[in-house]
Design a protein around this ligand. Structure first.
Ligand code: ZN
Length: 375
């Protein structure tokens, strides 16, 4: 980008890794919450790549990926700059919980979105300190970043996979649609370079409803129109060293794709990478019809056909209940098992990647568009 990159109290310097703080918020106890910043700048010009982690405090593999990745050896051959933040939610990381104790909302749903209809209505709470911090950080990210990866963990024993957001566009704006398509094609190439299993997010309606356009990578991609994805790195509170190694290799491959490293791509080894041959999207499925105890018969990475038995259903005495089994309603792969074995009716026992029938870009849902217009 040419300009000298300065994030918080860290100023990038050619050939150096620099460490410092980004002031996030003040606690009422006088303590200051900062986000740790690492800026690694190569000696040669190149893009600016942001790597973020630790927005969910119970997902602790991402910081380890950053520490393993950002070495003197990497910087010696890097073109451009890597800006890394290993702790986007320090409070959650302290307590090992998804949400910070001082702002009880999913922190990965607080990033800026394409509509700006927030009001100053006295009956509604204003944005929390954390949301305001993310709003400020978002401006610094989008002013400097050419690319972003945000690292997370999915479930115990889950596959390592990349979550690819469907790029949203204004349905009545052909130019916006063309831009979204071009960005989408680039995003596919970026994900291909990462080399892990790729799973598309929910269709647009569900995506907006679940505020997934307000995740770190979602905001940067949808509002910022900057290439970004979320990397899900398996188990969160006991990170898998094999997945961390493969995430480092995948990230270096993306840096190569972005022209920031010149050597040849690394093989992604020792983790399961599933290439279905057709696009897949995530879905919580199948859902149990009644309260029961579940004995899963499939594991992360297994391929499942429509109608295949995926679990036995028992009562608490261990006797078969209902049909005794549950079948998959979809063709796809198992990304992970829902935690636990005791389920209430309607709860999903797996998260699967199922065949995706929708396009990789989608118009903003009508109700959201209306709010964009009124902004
Ligand atoms: Zn997460």
């Amino acid at each position: 980008m040419g300009d000298i990159i300065k994030i918080g109290d860290v100023t990038a310097a050619p050939g150096e890794i620099r460490y410092g703080h980004w002031h996030a918020l003040a606690h009422p106890t006088g303590h200051v919450e900062f986000f740790p910043v690492i800026v690694a700048q190569g000696r040669r010009e190149g893009p600016c790549f942001w790597l973020t982690a630790g927005v969910h405090g119970s997902e602790q593999a991402g910081p380890l990926v950053l520490y393993e990745l950002l070495t003197r050896e990497l910087v010696a051959r890097l073109k451009g700059t890597v800006v890394a933040i290993p702790a986007l939610n320090p409070a959650g990381l302290r307590t090992g919980s998804r949400e910070p104790y001082h702002a009880q909302a999913d922190p990965n749903r607080l990033w800026p979105e394409a509509k700006t209809d927030r009001t100053d209505h006295p009956d509604f709470d204003p944005p929390t300190s954390l949301e305001q911090a993310y709003q400020r950080l978002y401006l610094e990210m989008t002013a400097t970043a050419d690319y972003l990866i945000d690292y997370h963990n999915a479930w115990i024993g889950s596959l390592s996979f990349a979550l690819r957001d469907r790029i949203l566009f204004r349905g009545d704006d052909p130019q916006d649609q063309a831009r979204a398509q071009a960005l989408s094609d680039q995003l596919d190439n970026m994900l291909k370079a990462y080399g892990h299993t790729v799973v598309t997010e929910y269709p647009a309606e569900t995506y907006i409803k679940e505020n997934l356009h307000r995740t770190t990578s979602g905001a940067v991609l949808q509002r910022g129109r900057i290439l970004a994805f979320t990397a899900e790195l398996g188990t969160g509170l006991a990170p898998d060293p094999t997945i961390i190694k493969a995430a480092c290799a995948g990230t270096r491959n993306v840096l190569r794709w972005a022209g920031m490293l010149e050597d040849s791509a690394e093989a992604i080894e020792d983790i399961r990478v599933i290439r279905t041959g057709y696009p897949v999207r995530r879905m919580r499925t199948p859902r149990v019809p009644e309260a029961c105890v579940v004995r899963h018969l499939v594991q992360a990475g297994d391929r499942v056909g429509k109608g295949d038995v995926v679990a036995e259903l028992k009562d608490v005495w261990g006797r078969p209940t209902g049909n005794g089994v549950i079948r998959s309603g979809h063709e796809g792969i198992v990304l992970g098992r829902s935690h636990g074995v005791f389920f209430y009716p309607g709860q999903a026992i797996l998260v699967m990647a199922v065949r995706d029938d929708e396009a990789s870009i989608a118009p903003y849902p009508k109700h959201y568009r209306e709010r964009m217009d009124s902004a």
